[in-house]
Every structure is written in C-alpha cells, then in structure tokens.
Design a protein around this ligand. Structure first.
Ligand code: BDP
Length: 700
C-alpha cells in the first residue's frame, strides 16, 4: 500500500459476523433520485461495498417497500419510514438509522438534499470501515459551520508555497481538457469529511488566474467538484485591473475599477454559475491592497463584495496584515487594523483570521479578534500544512491544536463564549460562518508527504463540520480506517497520536516561546536570527533573550499592552505571570532566568527539561511504532518509521541549538535532566538549507 487511498481504503472485512450483517443490509438496495450527486453516491457505494464485502451490489431506484437499505431524501422515503423521533437536520445534514418492518431490519440513510445523502452515505461507509455494529444505529448529524474550505497556497507554476508534499495537484497546463483522476479522488476525499469549498490558488495571488484562459481551466475543476458539493473559489490579486493591462489604478473607490470587477465577476459566473467567490490577502507582505490608494480594508472588501453579490458570491478578506509601523507589537497589528471597522463590512464579507495573532506557531493563544468584533462574521484560518511544525516529516496530530483554539474562552461578547461559538455564529444571528484550512496536499503518491498528515486533513474536515467533535473519536476513526480496526493497534497508538500535538511545542518553542525558526524557509531552529528587512521577521524580536531573562513582555504597565486586545478577564490573567498559564508564560512575560515555576525549579531548568521532554516523547512514540510492525503493511510501516527517525533527530537538533544559544545569556549550567549537546553552537548556526522546500523563489 502506498497511502493513495487515504481513509477510503475499504479493505475486506474479515470479521464474519460483521460481514454477514453488512451483506444482509446490502442485499437489496434502493437509492432514490437521479442527479450527478446521486451518481457519485452510487458509484462510491458500489466501490465501498464491493471491496469491503466482496459482493457486486445491485442498486435499484424503483420504489417498493422491501429494501434492506434505502437511501432517499426525506420526501422520497416510503410512507412507513418513520423519522419523527430523530433530531432536526439542516440542508447538508443526514440521518442514518435502522427500522424494523414486519420483523425485518432495514437501514435508512436520509437527508433533505442529495448532498446530504452523499454525506450520509460516506458516513455509512466509514462506520462500516470501522466495523461498527449497525444494529439499532441512530445517527443524526448536521454541519455547524457553513463554509468548510481548503485553502491551497498553490502557484500557477505548480510550486506550492509552504507545501511539503510535492508539486501542486492542479495541472494548469493540461487543463481544461485533461481531467486527472486525482481531481475526482480529491473531491471524494473532501466530500467524505464534509469539506464543501476549495480555494485553488495561493493567497499571494497571480492575476493571470482571472483571465478567460485560466477561468476555463477553473471551470473544468468546478465541473468535477460540483457533484461532490464542493464550490470553487479564487484568490483575487487586488491590483489585477492594472496588471492585466486594463486600468492605471486599482483604487476601490474609482468607478472604473468597480466596473472592472463587476465585469470580471460576470465573466467568471458565466462560466461557473456556482462560483464561490474571492479570498483576498491585501496589504500584507508586499501584496497590493486598498491602502496603496489611501483607502481601507472596508473599502477594498466591500468593492469586491458588490461585484460578486448579484451572483450569490462572497469575499473572504484576510486579517493577516502587516502595518508599515514596524515598531508596534506584531501580535496587535491585526486587531488594531480591523477592530475599529466592526460592523462596516458588507453582508457577504467574512474576515478570515488566523488561529493566533502571530503566525501558525506550534502554540499561540487564540487570536484576540475572536470576540472583539461581534458585528462582523469572522472565519477561522488554520494551517494544515506544517510550515512551523516540522514540514511533512514530523508526526503531529493537529486536530488537537485546532480544538484547543476552538475551545478557548474569549469572555466576550459573553462570559461563556468560546472561539467555536463565534465562528459557528451561535453568538449572533450570523448568516455566514466559515472555517478554512491551508491544505497540506500535493502530488506525492500519498497526498500529504507523511501518511499521518492525512489525519490532519481528515480531522480538519471533522472539526469544520462540528468544532465539538471528540478528538479521541477523530483519532480512532482515522487510525481504524487508515490502518486497521484491530483494538491492539488502535489502543496502542491512539494515546501517542493525541500526545503528538504537544511534542513539537516542547522541542521547538516551550513555555510560550514563538517564532524561533530559521529565516525564509522556516526549516529548523534559528533563535539567533536577527537581521531581516523587518524586525518582526526576526527571532530575537520575539524571544528577547538577554542577560536579565527571556520572553516578550506584553503586559499593560511594563510591556506592549497586547494583553488588552483580549477581554478584561483574560487581560487580568495574562498581566500577571503567576496567573498566566505556564504554557503561555513567555508569550506574555519577560522573566528572569531564575524565576521559579510551579514545580519550584527555575525558568532556565524548566526550559531545558521541556526541550528534553519533547525529545524523549518522540523517542517513546518511535518505540511504540516499532512495536506495531505486525499490524501495518511493510511499505507504510517503513515510511512512517523513517519519518519518525528524522523527527527524533530533528527534535534533538532543536533542543541543542536553542539551549546552547540561550545559555549564552543565562550563563547557567544545563539541568541534570537534559542530555548535553554533542556539538557547539557555531555548528548549529553554520547549517544552511538553500533548497528547503515550500518557499517562493522570490521570498527573502
Ligand atoms: C506565512 C507564510 C507565508 C504566507 C503567509 C500568509 O510564511 O508564506 O504567505 O503566512 O499567510 O506564515 O499570507
């Protein structure tokens, strides 16, 4: 096995009792309806049942009473199918249940729409892959977030910014005529976890994608994805009207510019009637935006929103901005630029906010904009690709990071509000809700470079569907479907998988440290990075290590005051090192090396112990994996083993490089718990990686 089949492997079910049950349910199947979505559903059902049960199922669309499995929208159910006791579902939701009719048990998958049926069928196939007993099954599930999107940072030349799984899967040169089987399998995989939209181009956008030649290619992708309920979105380069040679300004208040975008939107919608809309990175890292013309984010976003509105489109305007004021605390920049505009964005605009205020670090507190803009739909942006978490080499279960953020209490607008409540819109009458994940997908045979990267794609989809989905369940489902439902295997690796989220925090940036990676490519440690074109691109700006101590003082009286971007309850907590959670200590405070932590040991000792803990835990995970050799096919077992060995080596590299560097300031001996580095600091500083993957050639 090479991993291409993801969690849709449908391996033959060896358990006789379970197979007999499933075979009975598959003996007489009715799938009602006729649409491209229903065809996709039938084809998936045939493939799944055929592979899992070794049968060739007969699927009928004729209505009689005696089927063992009925897949039909509520309005197409037979009269005696009673779903009145089941919870309400929304338009994308589904119900799976068994019913007893004249002494015979039958299985029903129902929904309001064909897409709901497709989701329900995928879920049924997943339950079967996990070998769940379907007797008396009752599932009613509806997504709690409307827009569940992948963001591809894919360039038209097929490089992928921060992509570590090979070239972009979009073969622009061969499109629109050549439809790669991967596009279909991509749509299947996404639909199977409820993802309903994809932004196919990089946020560092290329205006060419908006030309008729490319829109034709995008249309071909949209046509493949449509039956699977997936809409296509594009990134809009703000200066496109100028770059494509039509105008000499992109000022959003200029009527000619507005008209240009209106015409452009019409062109796109003529080809792709259900085109989703635009994602925009403006006035950030060299990207053009309204500020180039003395205008603001509202002016820019609302202009694009007006262009797509007549067609039902939306604009996702990113909050990841860089103000020219380099002296201010980077953590406050987005809040400063956006919070004053609360309530001014058009109704089809969402502001897309990264999970934390800096940049997808191994651990960040939640972004303070969540909760601070009650009149604006805020959309979550997570990074599934592991730019700052070991590329596609390190095994890190990101759903745990995602849920840590989603479950963080914001204390505003209400005391009990969590980030999840804000993005799911339960805090107001918000029509638009969304969650995006920066994809980790490439043309590597196993899609994500590391087979465990698939778990992060899978888990992102599950949490976008329901931010309260249990992490244990995500991990368990994925392990069972990707490898084997054997409890020995699942029970051994499940704890490791859940724990793996904390490991890179410990071996890269413990106790609230952040942004200490090497410059540009972001591969490996670089706490010494000090000379970049902006101070807030350096490491020393963030850790501020000196003889007196380490950490970024963000408190009110002596620091940057960024604590006040949060609700007063949190600001109070974060203002005092004694009440700041230890895992965020150095995010909010600059503390002496001798500062005592809760365990009575110094900050310095604790740093060393944490780094060591991270290394040791990877070592432990590696050993557990080795013990699971009998449960996994050789190809995937070996691949994962090799990756774990690299991770182990790199965890030590991070520990050694960072602790040696910080020792120059602390001038204290390493704690006895820590293994002493076998090389000196100059060695670690000398390492260079000019060809590390994932970077744009033009990036500094
Ligand atoms: C940073 C990445 C950069 C992205 C940027 C963004 O290093 O490649 O373009 O985020 O999100 O983390 O716009």
């Amino acid at each position: 096995e090479n991993g291409y089949d993801l969690w849709l492997r449908y391996s033959l079910i060896e358990n006789e009792a379970i197979r007999t049950q499933y075979t009975q349910f598959s003996s007489k199947i009715r799938v009602a309806g006729n649409s491209p979505t229903i065809n996709a559903l039938k084809s998936e059902l045939m493939t799944g049942l055929n592979k899992m049960l070794d049968i060739t199922p007969q699927i009928s669309s004729v209505s009689t009473e005696s089927y063992a499995l009925i897949i039909a929208t509520i309005s197409n159910l037979p009269d005696n199918a009673d779903i009145t006791g089941m919870p309400e579902i929304n338009d994308e939701g589904y119900i799976i249940m068994t019913q007893n009719v004249n002494g015979n048990e039958r299985l029903i998958v129902t929904a309001r729409t064909d897409i709901g049926l497709l989701y329900g069928t995928f879920n049924l196939l997943q339950l079967m892959q996990q070998q769940r007993d379907l007797q008396n099954i009752e599932v009613a599930s509806s997504p709690r977030i409307n827009l569940r999107l992948l963001n591809h940072w894919d360039n038209l030349d097929r490089t992928v910014e921060r992509g570590y799984a090979g070239a972009s899967i979009w073969n622009w040169q061969k499109l629109p005529e050549y439809i790669d089987q991967r596009y279909i399998d991509y749509a299947r995989a996404n639909a199977s976890i409820g993802i309903n939209g994809t932004v196919v181009t990089n946020v560092n956008a290329n205006a060419l994608i908006l030309t008729p030649q490319y829109v034709d290619k995008v249309k071909a992708l949209a046509d493949v994805f449509r039956p699977y309920g997936i809409k296509v979105y594009l990134t809009a380069r703000f200066s496109a009207p100028v770059e494509l040679g039509d105008l000499d300004t992109a000022d959003p208040l200029d009527p000619a510019v507005q008209e240009w975008w209106n015409v452009k939107a019409n062109e796109i919608y003529n080809q792709i009637p259900d085109f989703g809309g635009f994602l925009v990175k403006a006035n950030s890292e060299g990207q053009p935006g309204p500020q180039n013309y003395g205008r603001n984010h509202v002016d820019g976003a609302n202009m694009l929103a007006a262009a797509v509105k007549p067609h039902g489109g939306i604009v996702m305007w990113r909050a990841f901005v860089y103000s020219p004021d380099e002296g201010a605390d980077r953590a406050s920049q987005a809040s400063k630029e956006f919070v004053p505009y609360d309530g001014q964005f058009a109704e089809n605009v969402l502001v897309q906010v990264k999970n934390g205020p800096i940049d997808f670090q191994p651990r960040e507190p939640f972004h303070p904009m969540f909760g601070a803009m009650p009149k604006t739909p805020l959309m979550m942006e997570f990074q599934i690709t592991q730019e700052y978490l070991g590329f596609s080499t390190h095994l890190v279960f990101l759903p745990k990071l995602f849920q840590e953020v989603l479950h963080s209490r914001t204390y505003q607008p209400n005391r009990n509000t969590r980030v999840a409540d804000i993005i799911a819109g339960t805090e107001g009458n918000q029509a638009l809700t969304g969650m995006a994940g920066v994809a980790n997908i490439g043309s590597d045979i196993n899609w994500t470079g590391h087979i465990f990267g698939q778990a992060n794609w899978f888990g992102f989809g599950k949490l976008a569907w329901d931010p309260d989905y249990s992490l244990e369940q995500i991990a368990e489902e994925w392990l069972k479907m990707t490898f084997t439902p054997d409890p020995e295997f699942v029970n051994s690796f499940l704890p490791e998988l859940l724990e793996s989220r904390e490991m890179p925090v410990s071996y890269m940036t413990p106790l609230g440290l952040h942004h200490m990676m090497d410059a540009g490519h972001h591969y490996g440690p670089g706490p010494w990075i000090s000379n970049m074109s902006r101070p807030d691109w350096t490491s020393v700006y963030y850790h501020k290590a000196d003889k007196s101590g380490i950490g970024f003082d963000r408190t009110t009286t002596t620091g940057s005051g960024a604590v006040n971007d949060y609700a007063p309850e949190l600001a109070k907590l974060f203002n005092d090192p004694a009440t700041t959670p230890e895992e965020l200590l150095l995010w909010f405070h600059h503390l002496p090396w001798t500062y005592k932590l809760k365990n009575g040991r110094t900050l310095w000792d604790n740093l060393g112990m944490k780094y060591q803990e991270g290394v040791d835990e990877v070592g432990q995970m590696l050993e557990t994996w080795k013990s699971l050799r009998p449960y996994v096919d050789e190809e995937r077992y070996e691949e994962i083993l090799m990756h774990l060995n690299i991770q182990f080596k790199e965890a030590k590299w991070w520990k050694n490089a960072c602790m040696l560097y910080f020792q120059e300031f602390s001038e204290m001996p390493f704690p006895p718990e820590m293994t002493v580095p076998d090389k000196d600091l100059s060695y670690y500083k000398s390492l260079k990686f000019p060809y590390a993957p994932g970077i744009r050639p033009s990036w500094d």
